[in-house]
Structure formats: structure tokens, C-alpha cells
Design a protein around this ligand. Structure first.
Ligand SMILES: Cc1cc2nc3c(=O)[nH]c(=O)nc-3n(C[C@H](O)[C@H](O)[C@H](O)COP(=O)(O)OP(=O)(O)OC[C@H]3O[C@@H](n4cnc5c(N)ncnc54)[C@H](O)[C@@H]3O)c2cc1C
Length: 429
């Protein structure tokens, strides 16, 4: 994990970096190491601060060395992974099996746990829904398991009996996570990603159509809509691009595909050439991505994961917006009003009522004027979207959130001495 790279965030003074290799070593560090500690998994939280802590003076606990898949149960559909297990590594283990993992559109070198703790978004569902259990090292050095773990009930279920504790530790800085149980999806017989384009002037109508298809279960709640800048990564110019994934038995995919084609003829959505959702895209939904990280490279304009931040600057703003034509249009207007250069925007459908919008402000990392402009743009986005009530579902290191009173009390009770650095969410002290 690299901390000496420029980002558009305020530089931090780091007391040091520790790289334990086992959960027992993590316990030792928590019991008697330096503090406060800022744990990271792969540290590739690009656009939100990557591996940086919120405040100066923390020691970074880089957990990339805990990289074991402790258990894989294809029958019951779960894996027990450590923080250094990347989504690419887990997908490789599942190749040719009856299971897949819900991949994100980020690099294959990002962490399964890091993204789940951030409550990131996979191509099939939010990563929080993949999480069924966590192993945590608490501030007093005790190692605990929360949620479901092998050896308890026969069926992995996220909510056991009583209060569910797993999400006390997502978007939180209450503990170090040393392992997680994540669910594996059944491998679909067939996966088809259908690309549709529409003109910018049809945004409201097209989004309303997509919403009604989603609400009526003609399409799953996994559609991604790329604005004309983001659509360029798929070879589409001057138009919006929607990727609709149909998966399941071949008959179901075939039947839904023809109903969808007929429905599209009565809508502003136009079937796009297959090249707008090619095998690279399909393979990610199918759980078998290209090990060369091709889809990520297309989106990062060729910048590989190892060069991100050093060569390519990025700030991200991630508001959750109602899933409606009117809200999508308002979002596009606000983006236009805030941004000097049009940014790439991806709308991820979450369900038939909500979509998160990923607004990526990219700039050359070595251009101070570009950095300053990106920062000002991000400030404007926060202000304008905040006034509309379209609030981000993830925060960056320069804008930690205010914790609710009870969140603060729980944080103080779990970590009264400040072993863990206050994070971007549920900040303490
Ligand atoms: C082109 C591009 C596409 C992207 N696509 C997506 C996408 O589709 N979906 C998406 O969600 N994101 C996406 N991202 C954003 C980002 O790259 C991912 O979310 C990535 O998974 C986060 O980095 P990481 O997995 O290395 O987690 P980390 O950076 O390691 O962790 C994230 C945060 O979680 C906490 N944390 C991590 N590990 C621990 C631990 N073991 N114990 C306690 N706390 C911990 C820390 O606060 C840390 O800052 C994209 C980025 C880019 C540039």
C-alpha cells in the first residue's frame, strides 16, 4: 500500500506503517503496538482518499499480507477470506465451479473485505449483502466473531438471533477486521449483458422506462447507466449507455431478452451494437473477469492499479438519488452546474426506488491547477447535492461525517482509549 503518492486530499503525516501477516500478529499490534491505528486492506479506495487516514499521526495497519482464503464451501455458498484477498484472487478460485462472487467494476486488485467494509457496490448487488460474518480484533485485543460463522448453524444467514452486530463494523472504525464470511452466488447457466443507448434529451423518459422495467421485474435491479463521458469506455459517443444484465437458465434469459426487445421498441432505448457490452463486460457479471484487469483499464484510461494516484488523479462523489427520470435529470443539471469539464457519471440501480451515482472527477496527478480545480468542483458538488438531499453514501478523508449520538457512545464504549484512529464514518471523540 502506497502512501507517498500525491492525491487531491490534504497530505497526512503518518507515524508509520505496520504489515502483519497473521491475525495473531494483528492481536499483538492492537495489544501493545503504537496507536492510533488505521487499518486498510488493499488501500485502493481511490477517489475517497485511498489508504490515507482522516487525521495526522496514525500508524497505518496494512493488512494486505493477510491473504489467505481460509475456507471455500461451494455447496453452502460461502468463502472465509482475509483482508488481503483480492476480488480477482477469489474469482480465480471459483473459475469452473458452480459458484461466482459478486465482483465490482473496480480493479481485480481491490480487496473483498475493504470494499465490503466500505459497503461498496458489486455488479449483482451491494457488497453489504454479500457479508454474513466478520472476525474482528477489538480495542482490548480480544478476537471476536460476529454474524454467521461455519460451525454454528448449517445455513449461512446474515441475521442470526438477536441484534445483528456485523454492520457495527462496516463504515466504522470500531475494530480491525481480520476475516470475513462472504456469500457466493450460484453460477448462472447463462449471462447476457444487453447494451442500450439513448439520446441525452431522452434521459428522463429512458430512466422512467428502466425504473418501470425494474419495478415489474422485467430486468433485475442491477442496471448501470453511463453518461456520454463514461460511455466512451465502451466505445459509445455522445449518447447514454445502459447495461442490462439478464442471467439464469438459458430459457429464462432468452424469454426475457425477447420481451425486453419488444418493450424497448416502445421506448427511447435503442439496442446498441454488441461491442458496447462485449465479452470483457459480460465476463465480469459472469464472475470470470479478464485477469489482465481489462474492464478497469478501459475505465481508468489505461492507468493500471499500481499506478493509480501517482499517474491519474481522481476525486469521487457518490450521491444516492431517487430512481426516477426527474431525479436523474436534476442530477445531470447539477453536475453540469458544478463541473467545469463534464465528468464521467455512472448510475448504479440499487432497487426500483434508488440509484447511486458515481461522479468521477479525473485530473492529471502532476497538474497543480487540475488538482485545485477538482477540489473546488468537489466542494460545489457537496454543497449543491446536499441542498437537494441527494447525499453521498460514502465519504472521503477530507470530509468525515458526524456520528449520531448513539454511534458515538458505542464507539467510545468499544474503544475508550482511542486504539483506532477515528474514521470517515461514525467519528468518535
Ligand atoms: C475505475 C474505478 C471503478 C470503481 N468501481 C467501483 C465499483 O464498481 N464499486 C465500488 O464499490 N467501488 C468502486 N471503485 C472504488 C474503489 O476502488 C473500490 O471501492 C475498492 O474496493 C476500495 O478499495 P479496497 O478494496 O482496497 O479497500 P481499502 O482501501 O483497503 O478499504 C476501504 C476502507 O475500509 C476500511 N478498512 C479496510 N480494511 C479494513 C480492515 N481490515 N479493518 C477495518 N477497517 C478496514 C478503511 O477505512 C479503508 O479506508 C472504483 C474505483 C475506480 C477508480
Amino acid at each position: 500500500m502506497i502512501l507517498d503518492r500525491p492525491t487531491a486530499f490534504r497530505p497526512r503525516t503518518i507515524a508509520g506503517v505496520l504489515r502483519p501477516a497473521t491475525a495473531d500478529e494483528v492481536v499483538e499490534v492492537v495489544r501493545s503496538g503504537p496507536r492510533p491505528l488505521h487499518p486498510t486492506s488493499a488501500g485502493r479506495n481511490w477517489g475517497l482518499g485511498s489508504g490515507l487516514p482522516v487525521a495526522d499521526g496514525a500508524t497505518v495497519l496494512d493488512l494486505a499480507g493477510l491473504d489467505r482464503v481460509r475456507e471455500l464451501d461451494l455447496e453452502r455458498g460461502y468463502a472465509v477470506v482475509e483482508p488481503g484477498v483480492t476480488q480477482g484472487a477469489l474469482a480465480e478460485l471459483l473459475r469452473g465451479t458452480g459458484r461466482i462472487f459478486n465482483l465490482t467494476g473496480s480493479s481485480l486488485h481491490t480487496s473483498v473485505i475493504g470494499n465490503a467494509l466500505e459497503r461498496g457496490v458489486g455488479v449483482h448487488r451491494a457488497r453489504a449483502e454479500d457479508l454474513v460474518g466478520l472476525e474482528v480484533v477489538l480495542a482490548d485485543g480480544e478476537r471476536e466473531q460476529v454474524g454467521w460463522w461455519p460451525g454454528t448453524s448449517a445455513v449461512p444467514r446474515p441475521h442470526g438471533l438477536g441484534p445483528t452486530l456485523t454492520h457495527l463494523f462496516t463504515q466504522s472504525s470500531f475494530a480491525v477486521v481480520t476475516a470475513a464470511v462472504v456469500r457466493l452466488l450460484p453460477r448462472p447457466e447463462e449471462v447476457r449483458v444487453l447494451p442500450f443507448t439513448f439520446a441525452p434529451g431522452d434521459l428522463a423518459d429512458a430512466v422512467d422506462v428502466l425504473r418501470s422495467w425494474t419495478a415489474q421485474k422485467l430486468v433485475p435491479p442491477t442496471t448501470k447507466v453511463y453518461n456520454p463521458v463514461a460511455a466512451q469506455a465502451s466505445g459509445v459517443r455522445d449518447e447514454y449507455l445502459a447495461h442490462i444484465c439478464l442471467s439464469g437458465s438459458a430459457e429464462v434469459v432468452e424469454a426475457l431478452g425477447s420481451v425486453l426487445s419488444a418493450a424497448a421498441r416502445r421506448s427511447p432505448l435503442v439496442p446498441a451494437p454488441a461491442s458496447a457490452a462485449d465479452e470483457v463486460v459480460r465476463a465480469t457479471y459472469a464472475g470470470d473477469p479478464d485477469p489482465a484487469d481489462t474492464w478497469f483499464l478501459r475505465k481508468s484510461q489505461g492507468c493500471p492499479a499500481d499506478r493509480f494516484d501517482a499517474d491519474r488523479g481522481l476525486l469521487m462523489f457518490l450521491p444516492v438519488v431517487p430512481f426516477s427520470g426527474a431525479a436523474a435529470t436534476r442530477t445531470a443539471e447539477m453536475v453540469r452546474a458544478c463541473c467545469v469539464a463534464a465528468p464521467g457519471v455512472t448510475m448504479n440501480v440499487l432497487d426500483s426506488d434508488a440509484a447511486d451515482h458515481v461522479i468521477g472527477i479525473a485530473f492529471p496527478a502532476d497538474d497543480p491547477a487540475g488538482v485545485a480545480e477538482a477540489r473546488e468542483t468537489l466542494d460545489r458538488l457537496h454543497e449543491v447535492f446536499g441542498a437537494e438531499g441527494f447525499l453521498p453514501y460514502r465519504r472521503d478523508v477530507d470530509r468525515p461525517g458526524d456520528a449520531a449520538r448513539l454511534q458515538r457512545r458505542i464507539g467510545d464504549a468499544l474503544d475508550p482509549g482511542g486504539v483506532f484512529a477515528a474514521g470517515r464514518y461514525a467519528g468518535r471523540r
